[in-house]
Design a protein around this ligand. Structure first.
Ligand SMILES: NC(=O)c1ccc[n+]([C@@H]2O[C@H](COP(=O)([O-])OP(=O)(O)OC[C@H]3O[C@@H](n4cnc5c(N)ncnc54)[C@H](O)[C@@H]3O)[C@@H](O)[C@H]2O)c1
Length: 299
């Protein structure tokens, strides 16, 4: 069994680090928020107060943080992970940070004799809780070989896509489609309400018809139909509007760089940006529907 550090104990980090503990690994956790630390402590994570303490004696350092700039600070800062990890240890970043940030961090790791694997995930908090996440890995084979056995504790479908950044590339394209699907599910659900369609009948028919999708089925945006959807729990995340918006920014910037038009993703980015401006940024992404139709019950 291994010793690992887990930096970022949020909606995904808490259940993922719990699965690492349950698999028998020793996990040193760190987060800037006390409720996050408390949740992890209850799961058997040894919570420490500095990155240096967390990473000093580990085989791997997991990061599960909101975005690339936070991951960069935590990993490369003067008191960051790279400065204190043992030689040969690997940072396994499970956050969604974009291709270039992952490549830059991998290059900086190499200069220090360390490893960096981009390992973004899909499956939501449900997949994090039951250990069924999909993981898309980018990195050198020797670092991926260290990451893969550890990642079996948190996910089921683990694929080495290619060199550094390729895991993030795969995540960008997946989440562009997921986010467009979520935006469509929310907009069309507003129309279904206006048409006075019964939400349960609407759900039952679409999930047996050609309009079905993973987001519609798992993250149905109207309350009281899918028990496990955040819409049935006051739109608490789950996956925050501000994070899906960040993923759309990454997708649209990447598309622009490669001369590809993603008009549906651009429209979806505007919808989520508007929801964020309405103060819904920390609601679950299903909460886009609240910004589109103020008559949808939010509790
Ligand atoms: N929530 C999902 O369903 C989901 C699914 C797939 C991928 N992701 C991606 O995973 C990442 C994490 O998502 P999440 O939903 O868990 O976010 P979150 O905001 O719930 O968790 C992030 C945690 O990082 C902590 N943090 C921030 N700065 C820190 C620092 N400097 N040091 C230590 N801790 C710090 C925060 O306090 C928070 O607890 C994001 O990149 C997101 O896009 C999320």
């Amino acid at each position: 069994m291994s010793k690992v550090a887990w930096i970022g104990l949020g909606h995904m980090g808490v259940p993922m680090s719990k699965n690492m503990v349950e698999a028998g690994h020793t996990v040193f956790g760190i987060d800037i928020a006390e409720p996050a630390r408390e949740a992890a402590r209850k799961n058997g994570v040894t919570v420490v107060s500095t990155v240096a303490e967390a990473v000093r004696d580990v085989d791997a350092v997991f990061t599960m943080l909101q975005n690339g700039s936070i991951v960069t600070d935590v990993v490369t800062g003067p008191d960051g992970a790279f400065a204190h990890m043992p030689a040969g240890a690997v940072v396994i970043d499970c956050s969604t940070i974009g291709i270039e940030t992952a490549r830059t961090l991998a290059a900086q790791a190499k200069e220090r004799g360390l490893g960096f694997v981009d390992a973004p995930v899909s499956g939501g908090v449900e997949g994090a809780a039951d250990g069924s996440l999909t993981l898309m890995l980018g990195g050198d084979i020797e670092h991926v070989a260290i990451a893969e056995p550890l990642l079996k504790s948190v996910g089921e479908y683990i694929v080495h896509v290619g060199p550094s950044g390729d895991g993030q590339a795969m995540k960008v394209v997946n989440n562009a489609m997921m986010a467009v699907g979520m935006a469509a599910a929310c907009e069309v659900s507003v129309l279904a309400r206006r048409l006075k369609l019964d939400p349960q009948v609407y759900f039952d028919i679409v999930t047996r018809s050609s309009g079905d999708s993973w987001v519609f089925r798992n993250w149905f945006p109207l309350p009281g139909v899918v028990e496990t959807s955040p819409s049935s729990h006051g739109y608490e995340p789950g996956f925050m509007i501000d994070l899906i918006h960040k993923d759309l920014r990454l997708a649209n910037a990447t598309a622009a760089e490669f001369g590809v038009q993603l008009q549906t993703a651009a429209a979806a980015q505007q919808l989520f940006a508007a929801a964020s401006a309405q103060g819904l940024g920390e609601k679950d992404c299903t909460g886009l529907v609240l910004g589109l139709d103020e008559t949808v019950p939010s509790a």
